[in-house]
Design a binder for this molecule. Sequence first.
Ligand code: KMH
Ligand code: ZN
Length: 310
Amino acid sequence: MSKKRKVIITCAVTGAIHTPSMSPYLPITPEQIADAAVEAAEAGAAIVHLHARDPETGKPDQRPEAFEPFLKVIKQRSNCVVNITTGGAPTMTVEERVRPAATFKPEIASLNMGTMNFGLYPMLERTKEFKFDWERPYLEGSRNGIFKNTFADIEYILKTCAGNGTRFEIECYDIGHLYTLAHMADRKIVEPPFFIQSVFGILGGIGTHPEDVAHMKRTADRLFGNDYRWSVLGAGRHQLPIAAMAAAMGGNVRVGLEDSLWAGPGRLAKSNAEQVRLVRQILEGLGLEIATPDEAREILQLKGADKVAF
Ligand code: KMH
Ligand code: ZN
């Protein structure tokens, strides 16, 4: 009998898209980020994808010192795979962005595969009152800003982390990003198996239509064959529909308050774990089993939690 497929759930607990005034449940402090990650893992997430924030203002903070307090706690309390962002926020330089992953040498770090528009400003319509001065200009600034990930930036991140044994969550927001990965793979700058996180529904990237999901998978199949593991995330209200589609097509899934604040129409998720439980229901309803952290390590060929620097 063939081995049953296990689905990897990633939970991205806070990110840099949403701002504190949008939801009281968005984790901000190191304690909140650690608790959110551990609870998500207990609910079934094999991987936690982590950003840090200034505990006073909630502003994205990419200093290694901002990550250190929660990394240690998560490692003590959970066997989950820790994934550190190198995306940070679109307002940061690539040198700032890579520092936490270069310092702490995690099992996984994120890697964004192209420069793009990254429109956060439509969320200004929804939130009228902001608690902190930085929130409105941050969202407004996305009208004229870019998320810069040039070929040189991508190589810089890969080379800075080379030798650390860190593998990558390769975030592809459009079809061209898959071709950029194929180019880097041809040059042997990045090694398979590739963990491709297809991102649907960011304003500036591919949309959320089932044809978009199918096209992304078809293209990745054609370019990478058996050399990749596919995961998806849908932004905002598309989170669970995209997860359901991809799970039915053989994919892995990412949830978390980084990508969506919602647990249902008009209903804010009260925690990251709530979203993990919701996606788990879908997976189990489809007759699928979820991967433990150690199973995720085997599937993605990760180095192990004993080889990180935190
Ligand atoms: N929130 C995702 C759409 C990163 O951390 O490298 C983008 C992201 C980027 O996860
Ligand atoms: Zn992220």
